[in-house]
Design a protein around this ligand. Structure first.
Ligand SMILES: Cc1cc2nc3c(=O)[nH]c(=O)nc-3n(C[C@H](O)[C@H](O)[C@H](O)COP(=O)(O)O)c2cc1C
Length: 125
């Protein structure tokens, strides 16, 4: 989101199929994202934040309503891996679940069927 190394400030989407980032919105959006997350200062200050989202219909189409549980579990696993990698690299994080879903969706311009689950600000400690 912010002063990344080699990336212009902006909002990027991770495209798993290509293991690539595509810029969705240019510009430093940290204040806006923090505003959607109860003005938690980690979000406005961290050089980068990772947002984890879910498209539940992708999971419920296959697993029925248990798919919601599976998507949430997977988000937890991904966040835990970010914590673990952070320990390895000396980068701190703080998993954030307290935010206004609709406001985060607007800031990140998420499609209607994509739900934000976590914001993980990253920074050196
Ligand atoms: C699902 C979930 C949501 C959380 N949301 C927030 C949050 O919005 N703000 C916050 O400060 N901490 C939040 N936390 C807690 C932090 O991620 C962190 O675990 C906590 O601050 C303990 O860190 P510490 O052991 O370094 O004190 C959340 C934790 C979990 C598991």
């Amino acid at each position: 989101m912010g002063e990344g190394n080699g990336l212009e400030p902006g909002i990027y989407r991770y495209v798993a199929e290509e293991h690539a980032l595509t810029q969705e919105i240019p510009g430093d959006m940290r204040e806006k994202l923090a505003g959607a997350a109860l003005s938690q200062p980690m979000v406005s200050k961290a050089p980068v934040s990772l947002a984890i989202s879910a498209v539940y219909p992708r999971m419920t189409g296959k697993y029925g309503k248990r798919g919601i549980r599976y998507a949430n579990m997977e988000a937890g696993h991904a966040a835990q891996n970010i914590y673990l990698l952070g320990v390895e690299l000396g980068i701190g994080t703080c998993a954030i679940g307290a935010f206004e879903d609709d406001d985060v969706k607007k800031v990140l311009k998420l499609p209607a069927n994509e739900e934000p689950l976590y914001i993980l600000p990253l920074g050196y400690i």
